[in-house]
Design a protein around this ligand. Sequence first.
Ligand code: ATP
Length: 310
Amino acid sequence: MILTVTMNPSIDISYQLDHLVIDDVNRVSQVDKVAGGKGLNVSKVINLLNCDVLATGITGGYFGQFIENQLKQLELAYKFYHIDQETRSCIAILHDGGKQTEVLEGGPVLSEKEGQAFLDHFQGLLKDANLVTMSGSLPKGLGSDYYAKMVDLIHASGKKALLDTSGASLADALSAKPDLIKPNESELQQLLGQKIDLDDEEALKKALSSEVFDGIEWIVVSLGAKGAFAKHNDQFFEAKIPKIKVVSPVGSGDSTLAGMAVAMDSGLAPQEVLKYGMTTGMLNTMQAKTGWIDPELFTEYHDQVQVVEK
Ligand code: ATP
């Protein structure tokens, strides 16, 4: 079973408006409310691939219940740790021919006691998991070394830790040596304190070989329509993907992580792990829904991904 972690989930609300009027009333007829957060996107894609998944993280109040109800409808198993504060909502207003205005709540602020209680809850779930994905930001109140603590617990139980986060929570987790990280261009630059030209293969190889990444099995730099470049132990791989019709790229990185987790869980070779990630990433871009794929198309697109050692 793959255990997925979403520490700060949200109800993602989207409003479609022809025109957004500031400082006046906007009436909306097209409303969508979905259980969101990067880790929940990962969970949904793993579920759609028909693999065993258990979603955990922190939920609270009526909004937390809303999230759990939606997962129940998707027949996606979950065991969240419950707090008294309400789970957050994030609003995206799609307006004026392609513009997107977002209003994002910060979410609950956790006490040290709640942080420790979640770690205890999490530790209890590890025995049934083969590997764990952790995605997204940490709730306020938890130290930036919180993911490092989780990675230590995962490793102590002999399981693999796949981490997709950014900023201080990523930087502070590196010393715990997660088994996979997925930094994008700005995260790489932030971690290394220098500009990296992603089109320069030698520069990219050098960057991924930096001391800060020592001991991390997988470093995956996904490059949108250009595929990905990755380091697996001492090997480098380039993944090339076919040109496809993109409907919405939101959540493609999460879908990539889901595909890689499924392949790793099945014990597939590194090239196949990357190929799975590219396939699920692409399949997500072909859907309007975030964190969603059509599994029937998997083989067709998987066969068009090329992974070469560099
Ligand atoms: P996000 O944070 O929005 O989830 P990300 O920056 O982590 O995304 P991307 O590199 O944009 O991740 O996308 C992940 C993968 O999804 C890519 O490696 C590729 O396989 C697929 N993908 C994303 N965008 C496109 C696109 N425009 N065309 C084809 N495939 C895409």
